[in-house]
Every structure is written in structure tokens, then in C-alpha cells.
Design a protein around this ligand. Sequence first.
Ligand code: DQA
Length: 148
Amino acid sequence: MKILFLNGPNLNLLGQREPEVYGRTTLAGIEAKVRERAAQLGADIDFRQSNLEGELVDWIQQARGKFDVIVINAAAYTHTSIALRDAIAAVGVPTIEIHLSNVHAREKFRQKSLIAPVCCGQIIGFGSKSYILAVEASVHVKECNKLR
Ligand code: DQA
């Protein structure tokens, strides 16, 4: 099981960025926890972050045939990016959308996800634990494509 974790814009600032919303764990800290859980479950992890929409699109395209699952925290691009949505739909790699915060309890513009309809499901609002739950969902939930 190979899982590609993609992180969108500003997530490189976790730990110092609005800690009351996103917590005090850095992205490197989250990656370490993800790797620990993945190792327990026998999964291989690639963990990346970019502030650039096109780079995220490239990585999604390149995932075909190389990864079993994509886990994506698209950050602000969640709410704006038709390009990310089209890339996820095009490659057909089962994809799980995650967020640290409960986007539905926040501003109206965060309550719409353009990528949700092409993802297997969402894990939202559990802080850095959203990432750990996504590792567990990737390994244990085989029905992703059928349920879509
Ligand atoms: C976020 C939620 C987004 O609305 C926001 O733009 C982010 C982080 C989250 O993980 O809670 O950058 O994706």
C-alpha cells in the first residue's frame, strides 16, 4: 500500500499559523506521526507540500500507477480549484480529502469543496489526527471507488 500525502498552500506554516485554529503541531511533526502510524500498518508514505496549484496538479497526474491512494489537504485550493478537481477525476487514483479544521463551522466560503465530489470521502475537523485517520482509512477502506 503506497499513500501519497499532498499538502496545499500555507500548510508549511503550521505550528505558527493561526494556532488557535490549526494547532501547534508543525507539518514536519504531522509527517512524523503519519510515518509512525503507516509503519505500524505496513504502508509506504510519500509526504509533500506545495504553495503552487500547478505543482499539486503535476503530482496528482504522476500518481497514476505509482500510488494506491492520494490523501490531500488542498488547503485554500479546496474552495477554488477546478484544476485540482479535474486532475483527481482524470487520474482515477482513490483520493481522500482531509482538513485540520471543521471547515463547515467556519466562514461560508470554506463550506464549499470543489474536490469533494471526485473524492472517496472527507476526514475533517480532527486537527492533526485527521491525517492519522486518513492513513487508517487508506489501509482499511477498500470500497472507495464503489461508493463514489
Ligand atoms: C484547511 C482549511 C482551509 O479552508 C484553509 O484554507 C487551510 C487549511 C484545514 O486543514 O483546516 O489552509 O485546509
